[in-house]
Design a protein around this ligand. Structure first.
Ligand SMILES: NC(=O)c1ccc[n+]([C@@H]2O[C@H](COP(=O)([O-])OP(=O)(O)OC[C@H]3O[C@@H](n4cnc5c(N)ncnc54)[C@H](OP(=O)(O)O)[C@@H]3O)[C@@H](O)[C@H]2O)c1
Length: 274
């Protein structure tokens, strides 16, 4: 290593990423390059996940190289299922390492928590732009954690929904969310109440069992699933006219009929829609 790598704290990253929308053009380009296969010059293997069973945790390793930007990087992320809202540390903690592609030197160590929150939400927004029904009026968010806030931020920057609803396992946290964000948000008492009639649904919980069922979902609705390591928040919807995007390529989907769309998979009527 030739020189000391730069260190960017969460505050430093936040300073550079004041709006999640800033991420949308470069992420769209990266997703398009990834979807082009070898011609796109993006090497991004499926995330490797090491279970830390004793503590109900996981360590994920997510390396990537993009020839277009000549960028070589890896994210290291830990996530813990037994996480309590009262904990002083977040359920997901990430670090991003940036390397000099020409010789492999470590250039920078960056906080990955802000990047994870904003990047995930920005990719949902990109998928939603292409897959939502043309006149979408109702947005529904399931969950009230870090991802709920980051999705709300970018979705309200990018789209004009007439109504935003939220449901969360602990209703107080949904109410806190509604009182914290700038716009009006309706707190719902059940998942069914929240999703009924919604045009776009975002699932961002740590649920280990399905919480959302196809019969509640309006035909044509678009669902952004941001599931935990197993895709438990994404129940079967094959017979309905809906679209689903799932981020974080997961082993159980590797042999499914869905195809890759960057870090996002899009399914329509059981087949790929790109
Ligand atoms: N693919 C990606 O790139 C990516 C990146 C980051 C996160 N994610 C995923 O997004 C999801 C949310 O992450 P986050 O960072 O927002 O987590 P978080 O800040 O820890 O929030 C967790 C949320 O899940 C809820 N929850 C926990 N256990 C539940 C259960 N058994 N049933 C229903 N709700 C439950 C919590 O509700 P309470 O308020 O009741 O505790 C809270 O709303 C996770 O599944 C995470 O793995 C994906």
């Amino acid at each position: 290593m030739s020189s000391v790598p730069a260190f960017l704290s969460a505050a430093d990253v936040q300073d550079h990423l004041r709006s999640s929308s800033l991420l949308i053009p470069p992420l769209e380009a990266a997703l398009a390059n990834f979807s082009s296969g070898p011609d796109g010059g993006v090497m991004q293997p499926v995330r490797t996940v090491v279970p830390v069973a004793k503590h109900r945790g996981f360590l994920g390793v997510m390396p990537a190289y993009s020839a277009a930007e000549d960028a070589l990087t890896t994210k290291l992320v830990t996530f813990y299922e037994g996480h309590r809202t009262t904990s002083t540390v977040p359920s997901h903690q990430a670090t991003v390492l940036l390397f000099q592609p020409s010789d492999g030197s470590l250039l920078a160590v960056m906080d990955g928590n802000v990047i994870t929150a904003k990047r995930t939400a920005a990719v949902s927004a990109i998928a939603t732009k292409f897959l939502k029904p043309p006149s979408s009026e109702v947005l529904c968010i399931l969950g009230a954690g870090v991802q709920a806030y980051s999705h709300y931020e970018v979705f309200t920057e990018q789209f004009s929904f007439k109504e935003v609803r939220i449901w969360n396992r602990t209703k107080e946290n949904a109410e806190k969310f509604a009182n914290t964000v700038q716009g009006e948000v309706r707190v719902c008492s059940s998942v069914q109440e929240a999703v009924t009639g919604a045009d776009v649904i975002i699932t961002v919980t740590m649920a280990t069992e399905p919480i959302l069922f196809g019969e509640w979902v309006k035909p044509g609705a678009h669902i952004n699933g941001r599931p935990r390591p197993s895709p438990s928040q994404a129940p079967p919807f094959a017979a309905r006219t809906i679209s689903i995007s799932l981020s974080g390529l997961m082993q159980p989907f590797e042999n499914s009929p869905c195809s890759r769309l960057g870090g996002t998979r899009a399914i329509r009527r059981g087949g790929l829609r790109s």
